[in-house]
Design a protein around this ligand. Sequence first.
Ligand SMILES: [Zn+2]
Length: 412
Amino acid sequence: MPLIHMGDMLNHAYRNRYAVGAFDLVSLDFLEAIITGAEACQAPVILSLAESHFEYFDFELIMPAVEAAARRSAVPVAIHLDHGASLESAQRGIRLGCNGIMVDNSMAPLAQNIERTHAVATMAHACDIPVEGELGYVAGVEGEDAQRHPGEVVYTSAEEARHYVESTGVDFLAVSIGTVHGRMKGEPNLDFERLAQINRALSLPLVIHGGTGLSPTQFQRLIAEGVSKINYYTALADAAGQQLADNLERGARGYTQSVKDVQGAIRDEVERCIKLWGGAGRAKELLRQCRPWQNVEHLIFYNLSCSEPEAAEIIAEGERVLGTIPGVRQIFAGKTLKDSDHYRYCWRVQFASAAVVDSYREHPAHMSYADTYFRPNARDRLTEDFAPALTVLKQSGGEEASGGEHPAASAS
Ligand SMILES: [Zn+2]
């Protein structure tokens, strides 16, 4: 259950004036440190995976671990693709288990940024997945990750932000008001007046990238002006690196001795941030108000009225085509082990969420496959969509799942 709808999470933070940490992870040490840190603080947390880090780990291999950690966690968790570069990366992120997507076209000219971000938001919203856009440009100056964000800072203006949000439909906005990615020399100069204007114009959760190196007072002012998600990585990487260096200096040899206590060093920094940003102790209240994030199983039992070679062709085509539809996570095409009096074949298609039931049915690739290949040969069939039984029973038993209400909507 503690994998929850990221929109509910950030809207709760926005309404209650705290910020959720979106900690980028690059290994299992980071994953465990972030989760245990959040649990120790009883705080919601976002497990964030930055596309620019994919050269350091295998995204496809790490995601089952990320998802397992989220599902067994005692605190509310969301899984976020950070700085996704394209529609394809967003779709892949959703397939692998992300339930929040950031699309970053902030380096492109505004019209292009709007067009590409709108395409991602339309696709993701059909899966009930919220999207973070970025307007203005958060550059990097030095240190960990900064070289990936070259160039000068471009500030976000309130007027442009309103136009951007209306045209793209993004749910959260990363703004550029003076922070930079990576380490900073001296204290950054943040434009709080600009942030306040943006917040008044948008009334939706704002996001800050480049949180490393800001002072407690700066964080508090950011949160007071609508920042509900803080992306944070460099200081975690520094804490891990320092622990490694200390271990080596003390004569550690080999891998396990060298990485000893690295997890603890990351976790200490995670806990420090969560407490500083006001998220500590919020888990229980949020869990009562949010929607759980759950996959849906689309099951079809059927018989085919064609020859076996034709059946093989129909199934192979289905595996190929249906797997490309946004929100489809996994496809299993089965045949009974023994002859059956009932149904000989099945499809089990896993959807990212209940919303995909509709968007999948109406998707052109599905319609054309169903009309051309499947339905003419599988007239005898049974189709149902399933969510986890206990969650459904609990929800229909009267437990109110609110929290989907948007602060912008409730304000008007
Ligand atoms: Zn960033």
